[in-house]
Design a protein around this ligand. Structure first.
Ligand code: NAP
Length: 327
């Protein structure tokens, strides 16, 4: 089968080689799937660089998330049949940027019927992360103001939709005029272009000086620092990621004086420690898809050959919505 393999660390074009490799075998508790669509996620870019928190041994096939069709199951796996359409994470070293991949059966879910393969591939991580961040951690309430950084990006676009579905007023922050329309299309009530506008001033202006009740921050750096300047009394800042590459330091005296919470979110730990919550969340999310309230915004459907360039553009902040590769 064809598979992209990271053979060294570096920018995706330098790190990745397209190779002909043997089809992987499913081990205990695993599924072998034919990849119908693989989503690009920021961690895939970091995995190429070798700067992600997990550092698989070289060579490995990146691609953390996919929609696949079950081909075979490990000896102890029940509840899946050949041909089932499933979504979930790929198990390294047999990642999703390939014709076949391996998934954990216990962490795979049926692909929602209302989504095609390309829409289903980026469904799990984006919306689960958004749901845990906004509901489990920040306890977002209807009528509150939610500020989403990188609102036209991967996890940000999901948070905008989930915020609207929860009855919040959503302010989206984007970097550049080309992303403004997209954030509006996703449902943001107010969109701030950080390249041209003062984020803090606009948030204060549209909230009559009160600030945002909840901030969803996949960016870090300046985005976090600005959030602390426009967070409301009893506000909650959810720390989702550091796409800017800048991990900011929190001034705890400031959090005390302004009376706000800083909430760390690591969705993968829920997968390991609270699979019950993951399953309950997935039932809710599937219901929201059926009700037409959330839907992944797939902006590019690319062939497998597009992986290195797609990841490079994702890492450089040049993409919007979700990029999906279809072998
Ligand atoms: N905590 C968790 O459990 C969890 C789960 C999933 C993902 N994440 C993290 O969430 C982050 C976002 O992932 P994603 O796949 O959704 O990416 P993405 O949002 O599609 O891309 C990152 C976005 O960040 C913004 N950005 C601001 N400064 C940037 C800079 N200096 N360089 C690059 N981008 C910059 C850009 O949007 P604008 O230009 O519009 O600002 C860019 O589009 C990653 O750090 C990822 O690891 C965390």
């Amino acid at each position: 089968m064809k598979a992209w393999r990271a053979v060294r660390h570096g920018q995706p074009e330098d790190a990745l080689e397209l190779a002909e490799v043997p089809r992987p075998e499913p081990g205990a508790g695993q599924l072998l799937v034919r990849v119908r669509a693989a989503a690009a996620n920021f961690p895939d870019y970091l995995l190429c660089l070798g700067t992600y928190q997990a550092r698989p041994a070289l060579p490995f096939t990146p691609g953390v998330e996919l929609c696949g069709e079950v081909v075979a199951a490990g000896p102890d796996v029940t509840g899946f049949a050949a041909g089932d359409r499933v979504i979930g994470a790929a198990v390294f070293p047999a990642g999703a940027f390939a014709e076949y991949a391996v998934m954990h059966a216990a962490r795979s879910f049926p692909a929602p019927a209302g989504l095609d393969d390309a829409e289903a591939a980026p469904f799990l991580v984006t919306y689960q992360t958004g749901w845990f961040g906004l509901h489990r951690k920040a306890r977002l309430q209807a009528g509150e103001t939610l500020l989403v950084h990188a609102a036209a990006g991967g996890v940000g676009s999901g948070a905008v939709q989930l915020g609207k579905a929860a009855g919040a007023r959503v302010i989206g922050v984007v970097g550049g005029p080309s992303k403004v329309a997209l954030a509006r299309e996703l449902g943001a009530d107010v969109v701030i272009d950080r390249s041209a506008q003062d984020v803090v001033a606009v948030v204060k202006e549209v909230t009559a000086g009160k600030g945002a009740d909840v901030v969803y921050d996949p960016v870090g750096g300046d985005s976090f620092r600005k959030s602390t300047k426009c967070i409301a009394f009893e506000g909650r800042i959810v720390v989702v990621g550091f796409a800017s590459g800048d991990i900011p330091q929190a001034a705890l005296n400031h959090a005390l004086v302004k009376n706000y919470d800083i909430l760390g979110l690591h969705w993968g730990l829920y997968e390991q420690l609270r699979p019950d919550l993951i399953r309950a969340c997935q039932r809710e999310l599937t219901g929201l898809v059926a009700a037409g309230q959330i839907r992944p915004l797939v902006t590019e459907r690319l062939p497998l050959s597009g992986v290195p360039d797609g990841l490079r553009r994702l890492g450089a902040g040049m993409t919007t919505g979700r990029l999906v590769f279809q072998p």
